[in-house]
Design a protein around this ligand. Structure first.
Ligand SMILES: *Cc1c(COP(=O)(O)O)cnc(C)c1O
Length: 453
C-alpha cells in the first residue's frame, strides 16, 4: 500500500522472549563492584534490594529469556504497539527520508516504562514481596510501577524528584489513583533526604537523591524490595520487546533502518529499541548508525567520563562502570525530568566504548520546537524526553534533504506528553531557557567520583 502509515502485529505475533545482548558483544561489560571491598558484587549483596529472579537476569549469560505467561497477559492490554510512518512530518520537512516511529505512548501509563514495571512487579510478587520502593523523575516510572503494583497486589512508595513534583501535580494524582504513596524528594522521611535538605533547603532534587531515599527505605525493611526503572541490564532487557516488534514491523514495511535514534536518560527505551537491531548489525544483516540523544543539561555520554561511580547521590548502591557526570551532579531542572540522571546504563556505556553506538546532546528549546512540529503534523504530543529523539530525526531528515539521500530513520516515541503540558505552555509563552552547562560545573561534580578502582 503506497500510503500505508501504520504497521501492526497480531497479538499472536507478540514476541515471547526478551533479548539479552551481552553474549553477542565482542566483550562483556565490566561488573558492578561492592563499594567496600571493590570486588564484583554477588547475588547475596543484591538480595536485600531485588528478588532472585531479577538478580539472575541482571547477570544472565542467556541470549533469550522467556517472558512469563502472567506478564504476557498484562502486555496484551496494549501490546504489540504500532509502528507508524511519519508521512506528514516527512512532507512538512520536504525530505526524501522515510521516518518511522515505534509508539509506546499507548500503554496505560503513557510510556514504555510498563514494559519493565510489569515483570518487576510480577517477579517480586512471585517471591512473596509485599512492599516496593522506587524513585521517579518526570513521574513516568512511578506511574508505570504504580499501575503494575496495583495489578500484582504490592504496596508502593515513590520518591518523586522535587522539581517534577511541583511541575507535574497530575502525575502524583495518577500514582495515587493506582494506590501508591508519593513523597517529594528530597524528603524528611529518610536520612539521605534530610542530609540534602540540611545543606540545600530549596533543593530541586535529582534522580540520584531520590534513588538514595528509595534504596535506604527498602534496605531497612525486610519485607520490602527496591525497583529501578532504567539503567540496569534486566531493565534494558525487558524493554527489548520494543525493538523485537519494530524489527518485524519494519520488515512488513519492506524497509531496513539506516539510522536509529533514541533519547537517553538511563538508556532503557533507547537500549530496548536498539539492541535487537544491534544484534542484526553485529551479525552483518543490516548496518544502521545507532545514535543516542541526551539533553545538553545532563550530557553523560558526550561530556561525562567513563568510570566507576555510584548510581545514587548518597553512595548506597554498588559501583557501576558507566558514563557519568559524577553522582553529586545536580542537573538544571529542565522539563525532560526523565533524562535528568547523572549516569548512563553500564551496558550502553560499554557498547558506546566499543564504538557500536554514537551520541549527541541537544538543548531543550530545539527539542520542544521539534515536539511542536511533530504534534502539528503527526497529531501526537510527545513527552519532553522523546522530543530529543524527534529533534534528532528532524536533523537527520533535513540532512537527507540537502544530500538527496533516501535514508530510513527509526525512533521510539517512548511516551506522550499529555501530562507534561506545563512544559509546552512554558515553551509556547516564550519562557523556556537553555542554560549553559559549564566545564567547571562538570569538573567540580567529577571531583566527587569515588577513588579510582
Ligand atoms: C523514563 C523515560 C525516559 C528516560 O528513561 P530511559 O531509561 O532512558 O528510557 C524517556 N522517555 C520517557 C517517556 C520516559 O518515561
Amino acid at each position: 500500500m503506497a500510503n500505508q502509515v501504520k504497521y501492526v502485529l497480531q497479538e499472536s505475533e507478540m514476541p515471547r522472549q526478551w533479548y539479552n545482548i551481552v553474549p553477542d558483544l565482542p566483550s562483556p561489560p565490566p561488573p558492578p563492584l561492592h563499594p567496600g571491598t571493590r570486588e564484583p558484587v554477588g547475588p547475596d549483596d543484591l538480595a536485600p534490594l531485588f528478588p532472585a529472579e531479577l538478580i539472575m537476569q541482571e547477570v544472565s549469560p542467556e541470549r533469550h529469556i522467556p517472558i512469563p505467561e502472567p506478564v504476557l497477559d498484562v502486555y496484551r492490554l496494549w501490546r504489540p504497539t504500532p509502528l507508524l510512518r511519519a508521512r506528514r512530518l516527512e512532507k512538512d520537512l520536504g525530505t526524501p527520508a522515510r521516518i518511522y516511529y515505534k509508539y509506546e505512548g499507548v500503554s496505560p501509563a503513557g510510556s514504555h516504562k510498563p514494559n519493565t514495571a510489569v515483570p518487576q512487579a510480577y517477579y517480586n510478587a512471585a517471591a512473596g514481596v509485599s512492599r516496593l520502593t522506587t524513585e521517579t523523575g518526570a513521574g513516568q516510572w512511578g506511574t508505570a510501577l504504580s499501575f503494575a503494583c496495583a495489578l500484582f497486589g504490592i504496596d508502593l512508595t515513590v520518591w518523586m524528584v522535587r522539581s517534577s513534583y511541583d511541575q507535574k501535580p497530575y502525575r502524583r494524582t495518577l500514582m495515587e489513583t493506582y494506590g501508591a504513596t508519593v513523597h517529594p524528594s528530597p524528603s524528611q522521611v529518610t536520612n539521605a533526604g534530610r542530609a540534602v535538605l540540611a545543606e540545600h533547603p530549596d533543593s530541586t532534587g535529582s534522580l540520584g537523591i531520590a534513588i538514595s531515599e528509595a534504596v535506604e527505605m527498602a534496605a531497612a525493611d525486610p519485607a520490602a524490595r527496591y525497583s529501578l526503572g532504567s539503567v540496569l541490564n534486566h531493565v534494558l532487557m525487558h524493554q527489548t520487546i520494543i525493538g523485537e516488534e519494530a524489527l518485524r514491523q519494519l520488515e512488513q514495511a519492506g524497509d531496513a533502518p539506516d539510522v536509529i535514534v533514541g533519547c537517553t536518560g538511563g538508556g532503557s527505551n533507547f537500549g530496548g529499541l536498539a539492541c535487537p537491531f544491534l544484534r542484526e548489525k553485529l551479525a552483518g544483516r543490516m548496518n544502521p548508525v545507532i545514535r543516542a540523544v541526551e539533553p545538553a543539561a545532563c550530557p553523560s555520554f558526550t561530556r561525562g567520563t567513563y568510570a566507576y561511580d555510584f548510581g545514587d547521590t548518597a553512595g548506597l548502591t554498588p559501583l557501576l562502570k558507566m558514563h557519568t557526570l559524577g553522582h553529586e551532579f545536580i542537573p538544571d531542572p529542565i522539563h525532560a525530568g526523565g533524562l535528568r540522571y547523572h549516569g548512563m546504563s553500564p551496558l550502553l556505556s560499554h557498547i558506546y566504548e566499543l564504538g557500536l553506538i554514537e551520541a549527541v546532546a541537544k538543548p531543550q528549546s530545539e527539542c520542544f520546537a521539534a515536539g511542536l512540529r511533530f504534534a502539528r503534523t503527526e497529531g501526537i504530543v510527545p513527552a519532553p524526553e522523546p522530543t530529543h529523539a524527534v529533534a534528532a530525526c528532524i536533523e537527520e531528515a533535513l540532512r537527507c534533504k540537502e544530500s538527496g539521500e533516501e535514508k530510513v530513520i527509526l525512533t521510539a516515541l517512548c511516551g506522550h506528553g499529555l501530562l507534561d503540558l506545563a512544559a509546552y505552555s512554558d515553551y509556547l509563552s516564550g519562557q523556556m531557557r537553555d542554560l549553559d552547562l559549564s566545564d567547571d560545573a562538570i569538573a567540580a561534580a567529577l571531583r566527587g567520583l569515588p577513588a579510582a578502582v
